[in-house]
Design a protein around this ligand. Structure first.
Ligand SMILES: Cc1cc2nc3c(=O)[nH]c(=O)nc-3n(C[C@H](O)[C@H](O)[C@H](O)COP(=O)(O)OP(=O)(O)OC[C@H]3O[C@@H](n4cnc5c(N)ncnc54)[C@H](O)[C@@H]3O)c2cc1C
Length: 414
């Protein structure tokens, strides 16, 4: 059987994979995406939501995905940080308002299932993007001229570039020979969605507790999502509770804000861990999403980083194609590695520090965190700079995240 040939093959059809495939197709790459459907087991639904920050929403707008997602997403205008550690060194409550830095919300929160459904619908409508449903890639063989991907069903594909979006246990990363540094925390994040009797006013409430943050993020209507970080024992106890009992626990932790809690839907718990890579691309393979970086779900950074990977890779490949060069060549891979290195490493460091400063019993760390929050509370220019950097790196964003993105020649965007 002769192998189907593409400019780029994306391995993994999760949110980062679809976003990458769509971005690549938008800049003119003949692209395939291969992998199992996201969340195939209805008995174990993906209970997570993603707070998509401004630049990620702009990427979805520029690639024609946003209109398929917008109706399922709630804007996020305010973030409240409440020190609920009960420690001696307590920080003040800090409120971040998006109107302090512009007329846009910080971002929009959407269920992962709705996000992936919107991405998939957009991908299905793109003539230069093939969706290949498969149990997965089993072999990836980089060569001088191209790279071969063998799927579990026996089909062979070739391309000049592979985007490895196959998650934490990425076989793309293995095929690229890229080594990792991985670590774990004695914490788990419980994720579920719930309804409440009081409006959320498009506000996220982040209670900083000794075991980790307890964060609600608005969803459309009187609904919110919850990421509740706990010790593994406590997370397992919470997972075992019935719907009424968990609603009661949530209500107690929320201390009256959001009113009565009901409809605490399916719940899942995710062990907290971290992973970083020694480089982002090698041997015709570029890593995106959790194949390239894993961080705890604190500060809504994980998938937003994955979206910036997708947009940066599309920009590097587009620039090569415009010059008639190889989109999987060494120059493209080096440019991609350079584009992602600082952004990813600074976020991995910041999220790790935030988490450790919260759970640590060490007074100097607690004091540093408290002082940071005091300064953010009291100094408006510092607070504004912090908000801007939290949304996106101020050192620059890929073109597909600009507002509005310049359309590459001959390519229709949207
Ligand atoms: C509780 C929680 C809340 C979070 N909230 C936020 C948030 O608000 N904002 C934010 O930015 N991030 C958030 N994150 C992080 C975010 O959920 C992840 O970054 C994101 O889901 C990772 O997506 P991905 O596509 O990289 O990986 P995955 O979703 O793991 O997708 C990888 C895909 O690759 C497929 N695959 C694996 N192996 C193969 C193979 N050999 N061949 C083909 N396919 C393969 C898998 O089947 C899967 O579909 C949160 C995380 C958690 C745990």
């Amino acid at each position: 059987m002769s192998a189907a040939t593409y400019d780029a093959i994306v391995i993994g059809a999760g949110p980062a994979g679809f976003t990458t495939a769509i971005a690549m197709a938008c800049v003119g790459c003949h692209t395939a995406i291969a992998g199992p459907p996201h969340n195939p087991d209805p008995a174990r639904p993906d209970t997570r939501t993603t707070a998509l920050l401004q630049a990620s929403v702009q990427l979805l707008r520029n690639t024609g995905v946003w209109e398929l997602c917008r109706g399922h997403a709630a804007p996020l205008h305010t973030i409240r940080i409440i020190d609920d550690t009960g420690r001696l060194l307590r920080a003040p409550e800090v409120i971040f308002e998006s109107r302090e830095i512009g007329d846009q919300p910080f971002g929009y929160n959407i269920a992962n299932t709705q996000l992936v459904a919107g991405l998939r619908a957009r991908a299905e409508a793109m003539p230069n993007l093939d969706i290949i449903e498969s149990k997965g890639a089993t072999e990836i063989e980089p060569g001088d001229e191209n790279i071969r991907v063998c799927l579990a069903e026996g089909q062979n594909l070739t391309a000049r570039l592979v985007a490895g979006a196959d998650g934490r246990a990425s076989i793309s990363r293995q095929a690229a020979g890229i080594s990792t540094r991985a670590w774990s925390y004695e914490q788990m994040a419980l994720a579920c969605n719930f309804s409440h009797s009081e409006p959320h006013d498009n506000t996220s409430n982040e209670f900083h507790r000794k075991a980790g943050p307890f964060t609600t993020v608005p969803l459309p209507g009187r609904n919110s999502s919850l990421v509740w970080v706990e010790t593994p024992d406590e997370a397992n106890r919470l997972l075992g509770l019935g719907d009424r009992a968990i609603a009661q626990e949530i209500e107690t932790r929320l201390q009256g804000c959001l009113g009565q809690i009901s409809n605490a839907g399916p719940r899942a718990a995710f062990p907290l861990s971290g992973m970083s890579v020694e480089r982002y691309a090698a041997r015709r393979i570029a890593l995106v999403g959790e194949a390239a970086h894993v961080i705890p779900p604190i500060g809504a950074q994980g998938l937003n980083l994955g979206f910036r990977d997708a947009a940066a890779l599309a920009e590097c490949a587009a620039s090569a194609l415009e010059k008639g060069q190889d989109p999987g060549g060494g120059d493209v891979l080096s440019a991609y590695d350079k584009a992602r290195r600082k952004d990813v490493s600074s976020r991995v460091f910041a999220v790790d520090f935030l988490n450790r400063s919260l759970i640590s019993g060490l007074l100097p760390l607690q004091a540093a965190r408290g002082l940071g929050l005091h300064l953010l509370d009291g100094i408006a220019p510092l607070r504004r700079a912090f908000m801007r950097e939290g949304l996106a790196p101020q050192s620059g964003l890929p073109k597909l995240m600009h507002s509005p993105a310049p359309a590459p020649a001959g390519v229709e965007i949207g």
